[in-house]
Design a protein around this ligand. Structure first.
Ligand SMILES: Nc1nc2c(ncn2[C@@H]2O[C@H](COP(=O)(O)OP(=O)(O)O)[C@@H](O)[C@H]2O)c(=O)[nH]1
Ligand SMILES: [Mg+2]
Ligand SMILES: [Zn+2]
Length: 373
């Protein structure tokens, strides 16, 4: 099981954002340094993470870019200079993918080769797909389906009132984020409807676990600036129950963004891959921002809006609770579910106050309620 420290990564990420922006402007080496970070790394957990192929490619005609969306055999790739190319996949890549369902998925960093004869028509071929840093996937008809790769943040949006806060639901989203290895940020919206002090006990438990919690109101504007800053330069998924204010938040971050998302979703509905087709929607560059630099994307995932766990089996759940995980290997029974067994270290930790009772209840609900699996 992974041991990544989200909080640390997150804090470091935050510190470096501003620096990265100014360095890239000065030296113009953004594309180069990104390439260095994504290539040459290997999957630590043995999961499918894309592949790299050294091909005999003419570097004059190749560009690095980002896969915005995949439609059957065609993908739309945005290159570092802001151009969008419609791409097919080179045959050798396809043949490598016999065991893997996805040669190319939305969010992949890819190298494309332009056809010099048809230049200007924005047609190209994907010749290389970089190692995937993380991915959101689920199992469909016994096959793993990758919905999107290389996502920086998942905003778990919830509301303090109308509808009221559902902590156990947030815990479920957190488990999904842990499974996908994507940094979650809990957004408690509509704080104008309550006394913020009332939210502290439950929010404090998440904060102590290292999950950032941001209180917002799209009506008073509280917290909206923090969200806007976090989104810039990153690729973010927004998830949460309906009615909590996701659309309002998108509009607050960038007027017109919610409209872009809904237009794209409507297009997806018409396509063949209705349930899972994901898209990266580029944020609009702000004044002074270079258009070719990645200003970040909003990741629209129409298929995973509902509050289902993505591909987490009951036995795995404890491992994705950072507060429960340290205790799960010292129970009397090796197959302890930590729900009804005697001599269970997890239950002792709850009794000792080392695990928050509400979080434990949430865990039990996830193990017992198989509607979520
Ligand atoms: N009081 C209050 N209402 C809000 C806030 N944000 C959104 N709403 C309202 O909540 C309802 C649902 O918002 P919407 O953005 O459509 O939620 P979505 O379903 O998550 O996209 C709308 O009536 C909004 O006006 C907020 O911060 N405070
Ligand atoms: Mg909405
Ligand atoms: Zn146990």
């Amino acid at each position: 099981m992974r041991k990544r420290d989200f909080t640390k990564d997150f804090a470091e990420g935050l510190d470096s954002v501003e620096d990265t922006v100014s360095n890239e402007r000065l030296s113009g080496k953004g594309a180069l340094s990104r390439k260095r970070t994504v290539s040459g790394t290997n999957s630590e957990d043995g999961q499918e993470t894309g592949f790299e192929v050294a091909l005999d490619v003419d570097s004059l005609n190749t560009r690095s870019g980002r896969v915005l969306s995949v439609h059957g055999l065609n993908s739309f790739v945005k290159t570092d200079d802001g151009q969008i190319y419609e791409c097919t996949v080179r045959g050798v890549l396809k043949s490598l993918a016999t065991d893997l369902q996805h040669v190319v998925v939305a969010g992949d960093f890819a190298t494309i080769e332009l056809d010099p004869k048809s230049s200007g028509e924005n047609q190209a071929v994907i010749v290389r797909v970089d190692h995937r840093r993380n991915q959101i996937s689920r199992t469909s008809r016994k096959k793993q389906q990758i919905i999107v790769a290389n996502v920086d943040l998942v905003f778990i949006v919830t509301s303090a009132g109308e509808p009221g806060l559902k902590p156990n639901l947030i815990d479920r989203f957190l488990v999904s984020a842990e499974k996908s290895e994507i940094q979650p940020v809990i957004v408690i919206n509509k704080v104008d409807l309550v006394h913020v002090d009332d939210l502290q006990p439950v929010a404090g438990v998440w904060s102590q676990l290292g999950y950032p919690v941001i209180m917002t109101s799209t009506i008073t504007g509280q917290g909206v600036d923090r969200i806007r800053k976090l989104v810039r330069g990153r690729d973010c998924v927004v998830t949460g129950q309906s009615g909590v204010g996701k659309t309002s938040m998108l509009n607050a971050i960038e007027p017109g963004l919610a409209l872009k998302v809904s237009t794209v979703s409507a297009e997806n509905q018409k396509g063949r891959h209705t349930t899972t087709a994901a898209r990266l929607i580029p944020l609009t560059p702000e004044e002074g921002e270079l258009p070719q630099k990645s200003v970040g994307h909003l990741v629209d995932t129409p298929g995973i809006r509902s509050f289902q766990l993505w591909d987490v089996i009951p036995e795995e759940v404890g491992g994705y609770f950072p507060d429960i995980r340290p205790f799960i290997n010292t129970c009397k029974f090796p197959n302890c579910t930590h729900t009804h067994e005697d001599q269970c270290s997890v239950k002792w930790a709850v009794a000792d106050g080392k695990i928050d009772a509400r979080r434990y209840e949430s865990y039990c609900q996830m193990r017992e309620n198989d509607e979520y699996f």
